[in-house]
Each structure stands twice: as C-alpha cells, then as structure tokens.
Design a protein around this ligand. Sequence first.
Ligand SMILES: CC(C)(COP(=O)(O)OP(=O)(O)OC[C@H]1O[C@@H](n2cnc3c(N)ncnc32)[C@H](O)[C@@H]1OP(=O)(O)O)[C@@H](O)C(=O)NCCC(=O)NCCS
Length: 127
Amino acid sequence: MKICCGTDIIEIGRIKNSIENKKTGKAFIEKVFTQNEIAYCESKKGQKYQHYAARFAAKEAAFKAFSEQIKDKYSISWKDIEILNNEQGRPKLNLIGIHLENVENIDLSISHCKEYAVANVTLLLEV
Ligand SMILES: CC(C)(COP(=O)(O)OP(=O)(O)OC[C@H]1O[C@@H](n2cnc3c(N)ncnc32)[C@H](O)[C@@H]1OP(=O)(O)O)[C@@H](O)C(=O)NCCC(=O)NCCS
C-alpha cells in the first residue's frame, strides 16, 4: 500500500479577479470549471468566490497527489478533475478521462475563509 498526498492553498482574491475580468472572466470559468461546479458555486451567491477558489485549490491538490502516476502532465486539463458534493456537503473527486492504475481510494477535504481556500487530496494505491 502506498499513500500520495497533495495540498494547495489559494488567495480567494486571485480567483475573484480572474472571474470578474470583463475580457477573460467567462473564458476562465469555462476553461477551469465544469457545469456541475459552476452550478454549485453560483448557488452560493455572495460566497461564490470562496467555493470557486476551493475547487481551484482542489484541482491543484489532486494534480500534486497524482503527479507520480501521470506520465504527461500536459495530458490533463482542469475539467478532467471535477469536485462534487454529496447530500451532506462532503466533497469528492470525479475523474473524467483520467485513468490511474491501482487506486484503492481517493479522498478530498476542503476549507475556506474570507481570504484563503485550502484543499487536501489523499490517494491510496494498492502496490
Ligand atoms: C461541515 C462543516 C465541518 C464545514 O466547516 P466550516 O468551518 O463551516 O467550513 P469550511 O470552510 O472549513 O469547510 C467548507 C467545506 O467543508 C466541506 N464539507 C461540507 N460538509 C462536509 C461533510 N459533511 N464532511 C466533510 N466535508 C464537508 C465542503 O467541501 C465545504 O466546501 P464546499 O461547499 O466549497 O465544497 C461544519 O459546517 C459543520 O457541520 N461542523 C460540525 C462540527 C461539529 O459538529 N463539531 C462537533 C463535533 S467534532
């Protein structure tokens, strides 16, 4: 058994600026976030930037956790890693078109406050 972890922290203001950019904001959202993620974040109204930033951090954290298993990092795009929440609000990763060998489990934890969002991904491999 082998465990691979990935962590990321991001300033929420950075994601807010990217989204609010009149020229590039829409393209940024559509490049990075899936329709499910956009629907979830937009439902949070005034808090939406925290949720967008948390998903951005979660994708970066997942990439770090997966990095040893993925030979060509340019083969992954932002929307290949989707963050969904179950009915209790617990987040999980939905991998779209990414195949990782020998995965026993993947877990994700997210937290955010006014200024920062953090995410941690743990990958458990059967080796
Ligand atoms: C769910 C809970 C832990 C969220 O904590 P919070 O400090 O309000 O908010 P944070 O910013 O740290 O975390 C928010 C993230 O928690 C995650 N989350 C929500 N519900 C969750 C759950 N049931 N399990 C795991 N993660 C959860 C989500 O990813 C959420 O972010 P998202 O909506 O963008 O996906 C909190 O609202 C809660 O219910 N706490 C109960 C604590 C308690 O009962 N303590 C006494 C016993 S220890």
